[in-house]
Design a protein around this ligand. Structure first.
Ligand code: GTP
Length: 418
């Protein structure tokens, strides 16, 4: 059995309305026996009441959505399930109009994205959009599930045609690993159990694919980055001299004795100790939350970053960002927004729209530079103070930002630093 982070796989599901996301998740949980008995009983009863012959699997996830919709701020429901090989976290994002926003929220930490295609419809604009966003977010693995194969007589030809359509488009994307699986979420073909209706398919069912996918190299273990969230200075006699910097390791490994620099000031010191509630550690790595003590007294505050002296991020006020606009209100040219980047928050301005992406062709448009809901564009941003960042390609944590509209306090965009 594999250990550590390798045991946990986060994935997100994307597809347009009615492609079968809820049914697929229900099927995964049901066939892998991850639905609790009491939930199952409730679903069976409701299914009966609704006149279904078997179990309506979508009820399971839809029930979760009702739960979610009672909460006001949560767009994404997280589901957990475990098999003997791995633990899974599913970010279930609804397929309605705010799909981009939800996908960005749910996908930013995902190892894999499942993109559903209705076998009857093939590749549609949303398929392209979701795939593009998955590639933009650098989700390392994409699994394209061609669903509702039962409605196309389990035809290999239909399946192969959809793969060709998809590959024509995806050859322009930067995704390392794309796989295809023909499934019927409703009947359970190739979800947990191998399909008896599609003998022509030689690959693994979805669950086995998720269980065996190599994800250990998905995380950045090289660049040590520690954004400081709070300075800890307990006010009691016992800990009078304690001064720790609390936060979560964004990437890389920190060890006691490491020579570190604090940014943006640039002061250097050594790690005196790495502390947790359960005592001291010799080393800390992402995504552990710890408190770091340094040998020297340095003025550090929230938003600063501790890094290893020999491997520092970029420090700059001008950044280029691929931006996904997530709000109904369009971007206001040269307006000020709050930019949030790791634990750092400050003001920023969109100085220039370099180009906008046409999702269907993946071509760049320079003539239309209005940014509205669901637009994806490259922009130049200037911040009021220097930002300590890496490119998103190198580091998904220190390479991502969000923009907040000060007047409404709402998130209007998510961005990846180029
Ligand atoms: N025949 C057939 N129907 C399916 C399959 N998968 C899903 N469906 C049906 O398609 C409809 C939509 O399925 P859902 O699972 O609710 O779709 P969804 O993508 O979750 O939709 P939203 O929750 O609205 O985003 C339901 O009537 C399902 O029973 C399949 O493999 N075959």
């Amino acid at each position: 059995m594999q250990i550590g982070n390798n045991q946990l796989l986060r994935f997100t599901t994307a597809g347009s309305v009615d492609d079968g996301k809820s049914t697929l998740i229900g099927r995964l949980l049901y066939d892998s026996k991850s639905i609790f008995e009491d939930q199952l009983e409730a679903i069976e009863n409701t299914s009966k009441k609704k006149g279904h012959e078997g179990v309506d699997l979508a009820l399971f996830t839809d029930g979760l959505r009702d739960e979610r919709e009672q909460g006001i701020t949560i767009d994404v429901a997280y589901r957990y399930f475990t098999t003997p090989k791995r633990k899974f976290i599913i970010a279930d994002t609804p397929g309605h109009i705010q799909y981009t926003r939800n996908m960005v929220t749910g996908a930013s930490t995902a190892n894999a994205a499942i993109i559903l295609i209705d076998a009857r419809h093939g590749v549609i604009e949303q398929t392209k959009r979701h795939s593009f966003i998955a590639s933009l977010l650098q989700i390392p693995h994409i699994i394209v599930c061609i669903n509702k194969m039962d409605l196309v007589e389990f035809s290999e030809e239909v399946y192969n045609n959809i793969i060709s359509q998809y590959e024509e488009f995806s050859s322009k994307l930067l995704v390392k690993d794309i796989r295809f699986i023909p499934i019927s979420a409703l009947l359970g073909d190739n979800v947990v159990n191998r399909s008896e209706n599609m003998g022509w398919y030689q690959g693994a069912p979805l669950l086995h694919t998720l269980e065996t996918m190599h994800i250990a190299s998905d995380i950045n273990k090289v660049d040590a980055r520690f954004p400081v969230q709070t300075v800890l200075r307990p006010q009691n006699d016992q800990h009078r001299d304690y001064r720790g910097y609390a936060g979560r390791v964004a990437s890389g490994i920190f060890r006691k004795g490491d020579e570190v620099s604090v940014l943006p000031s640039g002061f250097t010191s050594k790690i005196k100790s790495i502390d947790t509630y359960n005592g001291e550690l010799e080393e800390a790595f992402a995504p552990m939350s710890v408190s770091i003590q340094l040998e020297d007294d340095i003025d550090i505050s929230r938003g600063d970053m501790i890094v290893r002296t020999k491997n520092v991020p970029e420090v700059n006020q001008d950044i280029e960002v691929m931006l996904c606009w997530l709000h109904n209100n369009p971007a206001r040219p040269r307006a000020k927004y709050t930019i949030r980047h790791t634990s750092n928050e400050q003001k920023a301005m969109i100085r220039e729209v370099v180009y906008k992406i046409d999702i269907n062709t993946l071509s760049r448009k320079n003539d239309d530079i209005e940014i509205g809901m669901n637009d994806i564009c490259k922009v130049k941003i200037r911040t009021t103070k220097p930002l300590m960042y890496d490119s998103y390609r190198e580091n998904r944590t220190t390479g991502s930002i969000i923009l907040i509209d000060d007047t409404t306090n709402e998130t209007v965009a998510a961005g990846m630093i180029v």
